[in-house]
Design a protein around this ligand. Structure first.
Ligand code: NCD
Length: 316
């Protein structure tokens, strides 16, 4: 039996990393290390969540997050059902509150929720008693993505503290950037943000974070570059230069990569706009850990479900 370091969540709902201590983040990363062995084994099954039921309530599109939460629950022995807003009673006008109360009436233990409104996950935690895990609420937070980013960095770099990470792109609309900033600074990383001025909010200028409107300054000597998708679906007209202009000034390509450290690690949460924020060559090149992030996402989500639904004990 492997046990991660002792961990107690101050809140059992996972809403955003702003509420986590560094010890809690460490606890999730340690538990995910154990879970990764299960993900990479032939028999992907643990009994930990047998008898528990989890609903994935996804009111925005998703491939990676929804599938990995679903597999994570199933690998841990839970019953998992995914609801897509487009095929649910939400299209008939049912409110989020009524949808949540309906699934609660069926006896669910946890709801993993993705919704376009900031604050929706916290709202859900006030409406029902089941554990709520935020899988992305508007531009606010995406805690499991930030945790899998940290996990991936640590797997490759063997440490987090003192690393320089550049987060490049549409910072304004990115819940990933927001959660990364909290998680990475809490783990002692130096964070540099870069993007067009219109997509770069200044409220991130706090300890451990530097904001640049020039991508070269941000990625110079970086250990890690996290490239963000340009979120055209959340943008108002006028915030974004033409795609060609964006790729020329901010796109991460082999030429720009030379400014970073020789062993720089490239992350992207996906889905990617190839040729816009990132070149094909970088995505498939030797620095890319984008594929590993997807595998690690299952392990991290197993850790989160296990820690919230069965009190942190990891039986392997
Ligand atoms: C991210 C999201 O949905 O916030 N994707 C993801 O969860 N893998 C980032 C994005 O959509 O650009």
């Amino acid at each position: 039996m492997d046990k991660p370091s002792e961990i107690h969540f101050c809140e059992r709902n996972i809403i955003g990393l702003e509420n986590f201590t560094s010890a809690e983040i460490r606890g999730v990363l340690d538990a995910a290390k154990i879970m990764k062995k299960v993900v990479c084994s032939d028999v992907k099954k643990l009994p930990n969540l047998r008898g528990k039921s989890i609903i994935n309530l996804f009111c925005e599109p998703s491939t990676r997050t929804r599938t990995s939460f679903e597999l994570a629950g199933k690998y841990l022995g839970a019953d998992v059902i995914s609801i897509n807003a487009s095929t649910s009673s939400i299209v008939k006008g049912e409110s989020l509150r009524d949808t949540l109360r309906t699934v609660e009436a069926m006896g669910v233990d946890a709801v993993v929720i993705r919704h376009k409104a900031e604050g929706s996950a916290e709202y859900a935690s006030k409406v029902i008693k089941a554990i709520i895990i935020n899988a992305g609420d508007g531009a606010h937070a995406h805690p499991s993505q930030a945790l899998l980013d940290l996990f991936t960095i640590e797997q490759f770099k063997k440490r987090l503290e003192g690393l320089k990470v550049a987060i490049v792109g549409d910072i304004l609309h990115s819940r990933v950037a927001r959660s990364d900033v909290f998680g990475m600074t809490k783990m002692g990383m130096e964070v540099h943000l870069a993007g067009p001025k219109t997509l770069l909010p200044r409220y991130f200028e706090f300890d451990g974070v530097q904001v640049h409107d020039n991508v070269e300054d941000a990625i110079k000597n970086a250990d890690v570059i996290n490239v963000l998708r340009i979120q055209l679906e959340r943008q108002q007209a006028g915030l974004f230069p033409s795609p060609r202009e964006y790729a020329r000034v901010f796109g991460i390509n082999d030429e720009r990569l030379k400014l970073a450290k020789d062993d720089v690690l490239i992350l992207h949460p996906g889905p990617q706009n190839k040729g816009l924020e990132i070149s094909n060559a970088v995505t498939y090149g030797k620095h890319s850990a984008i594929h590993d992030q997807v595998t690690n996402g299952v392990a991290v989500r197993m850790a989160l479900l296990n820690l919230t639904l069965c009190g942190g004990e990891v039986l392997v």
